[in-house]
Design a protein around this ligand. Structure first.
Ligand code: UD1
Ligand code: CA
Length: 459
């Protein structure tokens, strides 16, 4: 269900497209369906339907392996009305799991337990006790015992004071056999305080039809918490990150402060990895053994090999092409690695150095204030402060090849396409426009002159 407005987000973006851990809320929910091995998913859209459908349609590749049906609910007349819209595309067999597009943190094993409880012949409800159940549908039982059979769900606005005292609430998540769901949906009405078609009314139909209603009560309220406001979004983001940080720390990763750690994608870590505070990992990131990440780094789509050290304030974004940092390499502080940066073992990239679509072989160094774009850099090259590859002529990009053991002085411009011969030296301040011979000193700059006894102008 993803038709609701999300008024309290006060945003132009439909609520279910807001991101948690870098992924839209509704995508987290579709991920659950994929993990459960569902045959198909039906997404009910309404408010912002165009945007939600564009983000979830088959062409997007989300929910791979799941047949995706999109249905619209316009206007929104309640959760029962929402699910009624799915009837034309629901199969006549199997089981329907109702999920909310704004409840992103339900664990797959919880849903599996709910599906098992439904067992194809009963109605299974996911419930939880809340200290403050205000606003939620209350689960009413046929006796005082917490295990007594469920009688019905009464919505907060329809509930008597005694019913409101019940702390067990319906989470909004249920598992129900498809054929039964269809017959019950046909019987819903909107004779209630909100004049809405309540999906929760099917509980009393089940009881009347002699179909068992089973509640799966969990203790971890985060799993059924919805996002209605920026504050709740931030709270669930922290809960998600803490869960992930805990898992990594259990594997031995040393996270300086799990409250200042964010993964927006997937992070794989080897042994003896240490991560200082305020780091963000996005997309697919893999850190080898003994990798150390300094404070305040943003690292996206990168593979960092054993023993590499990323000093503070480094920004790495491999986007589609990826970034590779070799064994024992040193990067930063304040370095920037862009797509296609491939650093070999023991490479050093220092402060304010930008590397894009360039390969640096073992032991090459660019330690200060430099740019390497579309370059192939040989082993042990020393690339001086302030030097750049001029890789773009305004229309096309060209390559710079720097042979092994070259020493490029400071403040050089290597105008691509150009090759610096192995073992050569480029004098500081040179603008190199032609290939240089191996082993030579190449200098291309105004010759220094001295005018003896020069008198400065006077006033
Ligand atoms: C519903 C349940 C309530 C439960 C609560 C848990 C009903 C009648 N009540 O409350 O028992 O405790 O969820 O959060 O089902 N939606 C639509 N179309 C609509 C209305 C809602 O798609 O016409 C979607 C919303 O976008 C949201 C979900 O359904 O994803 C739940 O809607 P919400 O209004 O938050 O729940 P309630 O109906 O108040
Ligand atoms: Ca409502």
């Amino acid at each position: 269900m993803a038709a609701g407005k999300g008024t309290r987000m006060k945003s132009k973006l439909p609520k279910v497209l807001h991101r948690l851990a870098g992924r839209a809320l509704v995508h987290h929910v579709l991920d659950m369906a994929v993990a459960l091995g569902a045959r198909s998913a039906v997404l009910i859209t309404g408010h912002g339907a165009d945007a939600v459908e564009a983000a979830c349609g088959p062409a997007t590749g989300v929910a791979a392996g799941l047949a995706m049906n999109l249905v619209r609910q316009e206007p929104q007349l309640g959760t029962g009305h929402a699910v009624q819209q799915t009837v034309p595309v629901l199969p006549d067999d199997g089981l329907v799991l109702v999920l909310s597009g704004d409840v992103p943190l339900t664990q797959v094993q919880t849903l599996r337990a709910l599906v098992d409880l439904c067992a194809g012949d009963s109605l299974a409800l996911l419930t939880v006790d809340l200290p403050d159940p205000s606003g939620y549908g209350r689960v009413l039982r046929m006796g005082d015992s917490a295990e007594a059979p469920v009688q019905c769900i009464v919505e907060h606005k329809d509930a008597s004071p005694a019913q409101r005292a019940v702390r067990e609430i319906y989470s909004g998540i249920m598992a129900v056999p498809a054929p039964l769901l269809k017959t019950w949906l046909a019987r819903l009405d909107n004779h209630n305080a909100q004049k809405e078609y309540y999906l929760t009314d099917i509980v009393k139909f089940a009881v009347a039809d002699g179909v068992p209603v089973r509640a799966h009560k969990i203790t971890d309220a985060v799993q059924v918490a919805g996002v209605n406001s920026p504050l709740q979004l931030a709270e669930l983001e922290r809960a998600f990150q803490l869960r992930l940080a805990t898992t990594l720390m259990e594997q031995g990763v040393r996270i300086a402060d799990p409250a200042r750690f964010d993964v927006r994608g997937s992070l794989a870590c080897g042994q003896d990895v240490a991560i200082d505070v305020n780091c963000i990992f996005e997309g697919l990131v893999s850190l080898g053994d003994d990798v150390s990440i300094g404070a305040n780094c943003v690292i996206a789509n990168a593979t960092i090999a054993n023993g590499a050290v990323i000093h503070p304030f480094t920004h790495i974004d491999g986007e589609k092409a990826g970034v590779t940092v070799g064994e024992g390499a040193l990067v930063g502080p304040f370095a920037r690695l862009r797509p296609g940066a491939v650093l070999g073992p023991q490479v050093h990239i220092g402060n304010f150095v930008e590397v894009k679509n360039s390969t640096l072989a073992r032991g090459a160094k660019a330690n200060h204030l430099a740019y390497l774009g579309d370059a192939t850099v040989g082993e042990r090259v020393n690339y001086g402060a302030g030097s750049i590859t001029a890789n773009y002529d305004g229309a096309l990009k060209h390559r710079t090849v720097i042979g092994a053991d070259v020493h490029v002085g400071s403040n050089c411009v290597l105008v691509a396409p150009v090759t610096i011969g192995a073992g050569g030296t480029v004098g500081g301040g040179s603008t190199i426009t032609r290939d240089t011979p191996p082993g030579a000193l190449s200098v291309a700059r105004g010759r220094q002159i001295a005018i003896a006894g020069w008198k400065r102008p006077k006033k």
